[in-house]
Design a protein around this ligand. Structure first.
Ligand code: GDP
Ligand code: IMO
Ligand code: MG
Length: 454
């Protein structure tokens, strides 16, 4: 363990060095493909071992489904830890928050018997809000986009809300507490948005109606507002375990994804600390969530995409329809080359391999081990979009298995070919399997290495 060295010339002041007292591990969960890897299920499973579950990026473009004793919970903005109860759920400053959606989501999840109070849910005061104008702009741009420039966004205003954040014109959670500030912030945002809307043929914003909407929602959001950076630093000092819940997947990362067909935030593990206000040393273990095959919703390159009976079989067996938009997810073989890359950009220590059961019954399975580009063999996906589109996958084949792995809770229940497939995935991505998931149900999970173990 790291031990801070005190310079001999500096007298001790009776302060106990922080690092000496931090014995608990904190775990970051990130998607290692194009999202929908099963992060919600794994975060819910791991949350038993955590004290705090924190979202650090993205917004209600996320759709995380968990199944507990047959009961299905669908979450967008709320951390997947809320379902367990007795944990602190946190929405960090790295998130963009639609307050109206959150209030509806809280009501829906309470209907399912989950308790949510200001003691169990905290929202960072410096979280930027997604306003109705962001969704309108997002959808208008997508409608106006020509073939090749359409992103296939969720239409929930994520991109425009992040643009306003870096453009320094967001309305943030803390602004809801002071009416004069709120009005000034709205006016600043509209100076930017009205000309944009004119260009897209959308009516100007009804300023008074927007302010009225914000005044109405404010009392429903403010009870949850908190200096999250302070609370989490204190929790950390007290030895509490924090589970960071990523949304989307590394290939949708604004910097390292298949740009411009990406989301508008950093989703890789390095964002976890920034997205809540902790230092980078707070992260002890990065768990990459990896689907045993590949899916993608929306536009953009996808080297191993299948447009045939195998692709349809994956989609049907895997119920591959988007939680947020209901769109059919594109399906393809496992791309070890891409996952090796995303494990590197997130510093993944171990993976949770999910949906192994969906591969049951295939005679042969293919794994992409590299790409061919103009006759040259590549072991990573190049950055230029034009080259990405021209990369053809190089496959290795493995025998499938006919037995069912669905619901397996131990290695002993898995056929030898399934174990060989898992081992080959580990070898090719250069990262060990820490958890294996064999159905949507919480307990249908095989633990290999506990990410929270010191
Ligand atoms: P997330 O966005 O990463 O949380 O993933 P989603 O919830 O959008 O999509 C994953 C889907 O697969 C959900 O419907 C889960 O219930 C389901 N799922 C998770 N793990 C498994 C698994 O091991 N096997 C099967 N068959 N389904 C799973
Ligand atoms: P979870 O957390 C899969 C995709 C959209 C689109 C692109 C940009 O459930 O894994 P955006 O609305 O973010 O501007 O859309 O990103 N996308 C996701 N795909 N899972 C997600 O989240 C996604 N969130 C965004 O389909 O291609
Ligand atoms: Mg999802």
């Amino acid at each position: 363990m790291f031990r801070p060295v005190r310079h001999p010339a500096i007298p001790a002041r009776g302060l106990e060095p922080v690092a000496e007292r931090i014995i608990m591990a904190n775990v970051v969960v990130v998607g290692a493909q194009w999202g929908d890897e099963g992060k919600g299920k794994i975060v819910d499973w791991l949350s038993e071992r955590a004290d705090v579950i924190a979202r650090f990026q993205g917004g209600h473009n996320a759709g995380h489904t968990l199944v507990v004793d047959g009961k299905v919970y669908k979450l967008n903005a709320l951390p997947s830890g809320v379902v367990r109860g007795g944990k602190l759920s946190v929405i960090g400053n790295g998130v963009v928050l639609d307050p109206w959606h959150l209030v509806r989501e809280i009501a829906a999840i309470r209907e399912q018997g989950v308790t949510i109070t200001p003691e169990t849910l905290m929202i960072a005061e410096n979280t930027p809000l997604i306003l109705p104008i962001h969704g309108e702009l997002d959808r208008a741009r997508e409608e106006a986009a020509s073939k090749g420039t359409k992103i296939g966004t969720t239409g929930r205003g994520i991109g425009p809300a992040y643009e306003d954040k870096v453009g320094r014109r967001s309305v943030r959670v803390a602004d809801l507490a002071d009416d004069a500030t709120l009005v000034a912030r709205v006016d600043r945002a509209l100076q930017h948005h009205d000309p944009l809307r004119r260009g897209l043929g959308i009516a100007p914003v009804d300023r008074d109606a927007l302010i009225a909407q914000l005044r109405e929602i404010a009392p429903q959001i403010l009870p949850y507002a908190a200096p999250v950076w302070k609370v989490l630093n204190e929790k950390r000092r007290a030895g509490k375990r924090i589970l960071f819940e990523g949304a989307q997947g590394a290939l949708l990362d604004i910097d390292f994804g298949t740009y411009p067909f990406v989301t508008s935030s950093n989703v890789i593990a390095g964002q976890a600390a920034t997205g809540v206000g902790l230092g980078p040393g707070a992260i002890n273990y990065v768990l990459g969530i990896v689907k045993a095959y590949t899916t993608r919703v929306g536009e953009g390159p996808f080297p191993t995409e299948l447009d045939d009976a195998d692709g349809n079989r994956l989609g049907t067996r895997g119920h591959e329809f988007g939680t947020v938009t209901g769109r059919k997810r594109r399906c393809g073989w496992f791309d070890a080359c891409l996952v090796r890359q995303t494990c590197a950009t997130s510093g993944v220590n171990g993976i949770a391999l999910t949906k192994l059961d969906v591969l049951d019954g295939f005679d042969t399975l293919k794994i992409c081990v590299g790409y061919d580009l103009d006759g040259a063999r590549l072991d990573y996906l190049p950055t230029a979009a034009e080259q990405q589109a021209r990369c053809t996958p190089v496959y290795e084949e493995m025998p499938g298995w006919s037995q069912s792995t669905e619901g397996a809770r131990s290695w002993a229940e898995l056929p030898a070919e399934a174990i060989k497939y898992v081992r080959r995935v580990e070898e090719l991505i250069g990262c060990p399997v820490a958890l294996l998931s064999t159905s949507p149900e919480r307990e249908d999970t095989i633990l290999v290495t506990d990410p929270f173990a010191d």
